[in-house]
Each structure stands twice: as structure tokens, then as C-alpha cells.
Design a protein around this ligand. Sequence first.
Ligand code: BG6
Length: 461
Amino acid sequence: MPEITFIILGVTGDLAKRKIIPAIYKLIEENKIEKFALVGAARRELEMKEILKEAREFIKDVKENIWQRLENNAYYQQFDFYDCQHYRKLGKILRNLESKHQLPGHRLFYLATLPDHFNAITLNLAKTGIAKEQGKKWSRLVYEKPFGHDLPSARKINRGIARVFNENQVYRIDHYLGKELVGNIAILRFTNRVLEPLWDSSNIQSVQIHFREKIGLEGRGNFYDKYGALKDVVQNHMLQMLALTAMEAPQKLTGKFIRDEKAKVLKVIKVKDLLLGQYSGYQKEKDVDSNSSTETFAAVKLSINNKRWKNVPFYLITGKNLDKKEVKIDIKFKSVHCLLSASCPSDTNYLTIRVQPDEGFSLELFAKVPGKANAVMPAKMNYCHECIRDLRSPEAYEILLEDVIKGDQSLFVRSDEIEYQWKVIKQILRKKNQIYEYNIGSAGPQELSLFEKKHHLRWRL
Ligand code: BG6
């Protein structure tokens, strides 16, 4: 069983408390790691106990004995990301802890900071040698999203990393890749004979990817106002879901092959149209510019410039403070030549992959209305992930951390993918013009209906 030293840089942030520490707790509880030490580092002067106490709120059914183990092995260091002395001191602390807890020295550095610090941290970790691999001792670096704020900044971070570390030490997080139903996209496509022969422009009319959120900024005004919906979720989660839906069959369903195929799709995306929105009252939010033109809503039409997807539009829709939380992919098949004398189907077949909530997928086919000779009705074939008894779906961060420990990069984003994703955002931003207002709790700006009309589209809201 793995024996690990975890180092979380930026441990006072929300992510560490809400996601990373709870995921480490679960790995301990489920015996996925044996011996370990956890070092949290951040600017403020604090006690690790205080941080753990806050993190505990995000763990269900805490077992006291496991919690004690976590507390006993957790340490805090006040840390300046820009000061090499602090890295040397951290190195000393790590050596002492590794000897105290009899750990082999495998180190997992989690950069849970804003991307502005990535370059300095990467360089200082390398300079001071604390993330150096020696013999069988591995060191891995996990970079939390967002990875940069545009193409040049992402490139700069990638180049900085490549200068001092090997790509096989680098794990760029997109936590959607750790979600069960996102992981299921490739399985669904490539393990079912019935789907793949239909998976192209001769049979698929369009694809919709929804990432709609009911929540607003949740105290992240400062971050969000600089990013907006396009950079916050389109650049990463939504484009990764698109890439998995649209990629060619990889040679094998493993790391390099999947990433190769995703990258090929991301490279040939063309932006066709967009509609942006901002919810009313956004400019009055805490830490938001009072004249802000940051979008909190986006609807985008894309195409994929390859043979398989010729003339198949991909529509993305996302927003904060909408009427509901729903992340899903709707694949709309083309219509059939109707042979019925009366009441032909008013719509076509759909395959819907529900990422959350109500994880699962469904295929809508048409069936005869009982008792009526010529009438049809949609019939849903449904797979409900949570209905499987005794199944606990691990949180995305548990899956991802476990993969870092195993050294499996399949669910992490490679440098080229990240850069292609930023190129798509660059194309979108070039088309940015008007921002339409929408009411909190609505389905988005009213002008969305014009977008629908223009593209002969019906959102499946
Ligand atoms: C994050 C975004 O990456 O994903 C947030 O920064 C968004 O704005 C979140 O709310 C959604 O993730 P999840 O796992 O809660 O659906």
C-alpha cells in the first residue's frame, strides 16, 4: 500500500478544506494509503488543527479513529511561495517527518493556489531540490485549475514546468475528469457495439453540452470577475466533456492514447457564434467591479473541423444563478424517414449523459402508443448510477488523488490540451460583443430564444 508525504501549498484556501483534505481522509479510511504525513503550507500564521476543523465540516460520517490518525500526522508551515529559504526549511521539515513516520519519501505536492503563483512555486521547488526524484522515490506535482488565465500565461507555466520537471511528474487537474459519468463517456462509446457505428455526422444531428448552475459566486467575486463563465468552466470542464464525446477511438482506453485523441479534437474546434449574459445585480456583488462586463452566462456554437463531425454543431450552455443545477450531454440523432400514415414522431432520438445530478444516461426511442395503431410516444431507456445498491460513488478528488499516487495520468490534462483549450477561448473572446441581462433563477437571457431561432435549435432545458 502506498506511503506518501502530502504537501498542500495554499492549504488555507477553500479547495483544500472542501475537497483535498476530505479526499485524503477518505483514502485513509478506505485503506488506500497506509503510512502518510500531511504538511499544509500557506502565507498566514495558523495551526493545522484549525484548518482540519474547518475541513471536517465537509466530511460525512467522520470516524474518530481515522480522524485522529489524520490529525496526528498533519503539520502546518507558514510559507512564502517566493522565498527560497522557506522551501529549504520545508525540505528539512519533510526529511524529519519522513524519518519520524518511517516514510519512503514519495512526495505529492498539491499546488492549490492561484495560477499567478505557479511559475514561482515550480521554479523554487526545482531550485531547492525538494521535489527531486531519487532512485525509487517519486515526486509529483498537481496543478489545480485554472491553469493560467489565457494562452500566453498557460504557455509560460507549461514552459516553466518543462524546463525543470518531466511531464510524467505533472498532473493538471480538471476535476470533471474524475466524475463518474464523465469517466463513463468513453466506456459507453467504446464498449457498446450499438453506438460507435452511429457516432458521426451521418447519424448525429447536433450535440448540446449543458453546465447550468443554481449557485452564484459563493464569495469568489474577486476570482470570478477576472475569469467569467468562459474561462471558469468552458475552457476546461466543458471542452474536456466535448473532447471525450467527439474524439476518435483511441488505440487503448489508457492515458497517452486518450489524451492524444482528445488533443486532436481540441485542435480543430472552430467557434461559430455566441451569446453572453450577466445576471442582474452581478455588479453589486462583493469584490466585483461596479462596471464589470464579465459574463456569468454563455451559449456558444462550435464546430469540429474533421470528417466525422462535418456540419454537426456542438452547442454549449452555461451560467451562474440559473433556474437549476444540471450538467449533461444531449446527443440528438437525425430523424428517420417516417413511414407512419398518421402522427410521425415530433422529435428524434436522444442519448443523454447526465453528469449531475441524477447521474446516469438514457436513450430515448419511440414506441407504439398502446391501443393505437399508428401513434408513437417517446420511451426512455434509463441507467441510474445511484440506483445500484451499496454503491458509494467516490468524489472526483478521491479518484484523482488516487490516480496521482498510482502514477496514472489518464484523467489529467496534458500541456497541449490546455493550450488548445485556451485557443478556443481566444477565438470566442474575439467574437465577444454584447452582454444581455438575465434574472436570477431564470433559464438565461431572453435573447437566447433569438439564438435558438437563428440556429434552428431547441435547448433541452
Ligand atoms: C469549478 C468552477 O471549477 O467548478 C466553479 O470554478 C463551479 O465556478 C464548479 O461552480 C462546479 O463544480 P461541481 O463539481 O460543483 O459541479
